[in-house]
Design a protein around this ligand. Structure first.
Ligand code: C2O
Ligand code: CU
Length: 490
């Protein structure tokens, strides 16, 4: 009998193991020069004194080289970036639920650490990739092997968790195909959204810290101020790494069903999405199945993920718009039928009809958590725009106290946004229930938007021991302090 897993890893190794790093890796093993399935590669390994690490046969393997590279994503300026295997977006990981996954990451940067976080994955804390929380960063010229079982299915992503590397090129899609997929479609495609700067994000952050870019009018009070939609002025917005002048295109026949796995991988941009002439049927939120709900448009915070199924209505070319919420620009993709040329509609979209809201999200089965001692937290999300410092309950990460929990606790969190900006709050290592009217079918998410002055309640079961960061996924808010660590007490 043909073994499905080993087939998969061979297929993946041909398609995805684009090794572009320098030679010499993992204690001088042959792996660097033989990008084949592990079963084959491990047979060629000689004695290896440097690492006690023993490759596991038949595990899918990816080999990533993190390095400095020049990127010209919008065709207007060449910008220094940091990328995996020289490409943006980072290579698509596509694996099967239930298998073991191994990713070797070599840091080829001469003098900067790196670290990769697998966003939305339920994995052991040591594989979570958060320096100073769950492990060490990968030092320059070093290799780290991430290895963990795939306990779930769905659409996720991964990105650097070191400083602002995510903004300059380190983000990619991570798809785990279900062992048993109930959703029938003809096509399956990732749509990864991003934002792009010509200037250094470190310079942009330094400018924010020097003072508000939009000075407060004399006499204006906090209470009169309008919510602030974006801090950073971007040069371009990206869909699958492409700006509007050369958009991503995809071809399918009329009547065919396309599953779009939409990932907001932007560093600090909220997007509103719609597809010209078509409704979108949302089937998954943050990787997990929900009762399908059909809408005309939807808003996505940073790190949120929705799978949307579309059925092309007839022959033609249809533009998928992802407009930055402050109206400063858009990213587009073009779906078209084979008989029609892909023709981009560059007009800024308007958003009419039904919008997706959290109230529409219902899990496909009850998500009630096992009973446990209640551990309540009230967390106030706060900002000091003058100094550009972001806080949770007055504390600025990393100078902040851990939030102590115990295995088995039912952790109940009230998030109170006391600021004028949106905060997409993300918890590592767990899914939480978003308590917004769906009762026992409350949806499970890993990232939840909290609007200005809004209060959102979430809860999770403490079932994955370790130290886990909980932070705003606006990269600049995170870098400026908006995070806390949940720490399991022994
Ligand atoms: Cu997308 Cu701390 O992560
Ligand atoms: Cu924030």
């Amino acid at each position: 009998m043909k073994d499905q897993d080993s087939n998969d890893s061979i297929r993946m190794s041909r398609r995805d193991l684009l090794w572009m790093g320098t030679a010499g890796l993992v204690g001088g093993s042959l792996l660097a020069r033989t990008p084949t399935a592990l079963g084959q590669a491990s047979a060629q390994l000689g004695p290896n004194n440097e690492a006690a690490y023993v490759p596991r046969p038949r595990a899918p393997q990816y080999r990533f080289g993190v390095g400095a590279t020049m990127l010209n994503l919008d065709g207007r300026q060449v910008v220094p970036g940091i990328a995996v295997n020289g490409q943006y977006p980072s290579p698509e990981i596509r694996v099967r639920e239930g298998s073991m996954l191994r990713i070797e990451v070599q840091n080829t940067l001469p003098n900067e650490p790196t670290s990769i976080h697998w966003h939305g994955l339920l994995l052991p804390a040591g594989m979570d990739g958060v320096p100073a929380v769950s492990g060490f960063p990968i030092a320059p010229k070093r290799v780290f092997v991430y290895e963990y079982p795939l306990l779930q299915s769905g659409t996720y992503w991964y990105h650097s968790h070191w400083r602002l590397q995510e903004q300059i090129g380190m983000a990619g899609p991570f798809v785990i195909e279900a062992r048993d997929e109930p959703l029938r479609v003809d096509h399956d495609a990732v749509v990864l959204l991003g934002d792009w700067l010509h200037q250094s994000p470190y310079a942009a952050l330094a400018a924010l810290k020097k003072g508000p870019s939009k000075p407060m009018a004399a006499g204006a009070k906090m209470a009169d101020m309008k919510p602030d939609l974006a801090d950073i002025e971007y040069n371009a917005f990206l869909l699958n790494g492409r700006a509007t002048q050369d958009p991503w295109t995809y071809s399918a026949r009329p009547g065919e069903r396309i599953r779009l796995r939409i990932i907001n991988a932007a560093a600090s941009t909220y997007f509103r999405l719609r597809l010209d002439g078509h409704p979108l049927t949302i089937t998954h939120a943050d990787g997990l199945a929900v009762e399908p709900v059909t809408v005309d448009h939807l808003q996505m915070g940073m790190a949120e993920i929705y799978d949307a199924v579309v059925t092309l209505s007839g022959s033609g070319s249809y533009t998928l718009h992802a407009a930055a919420i402050d109206g400063s620009g858009q990213a587009i993709g073009v779906l078209h039928t084979p008989d029609a040329a892909a023709k981009a509609n560059l007009a800024m979209p308007t958003f009419e009809g039904r919008a997706l809201s959290y109230g529409d999200l219902r899990a496909v089965a009850p998500t009630t958590l096992p009973p446990g001692p209640a551990r309540p937290f009230t967390l106030a999300l706060q900002g000091d725009m003058a100094k550009y410092v972001w806080m949770i309950n007055g504390q600025v990460y990393p100078k902040s106290d851990p939030l102590l929990i115990r295995q088995g606790d039912l952790v109940q969190i009230e998030l109170r946004n006391e600021s004028l900006m949106w905060h997409p709050m993300h918890l590592h290592g767990h899914f939480f229930r978003v308590l917004q009217g769906a009762g026992e079918r409350a949806p499970l998410k890993h990232t939840v938007n909290v609007a200005p002055r809004e209060t959102v309640r979430i809860e999770f079961s403490a079932d994955n021991p370790g130290r886990w960061i909980f932070h705003c996924h606006n990269l600049y808010h995170f870098e400026a302090g908006m995070a806390r660590v949940f720490e399991y007490e022994a």
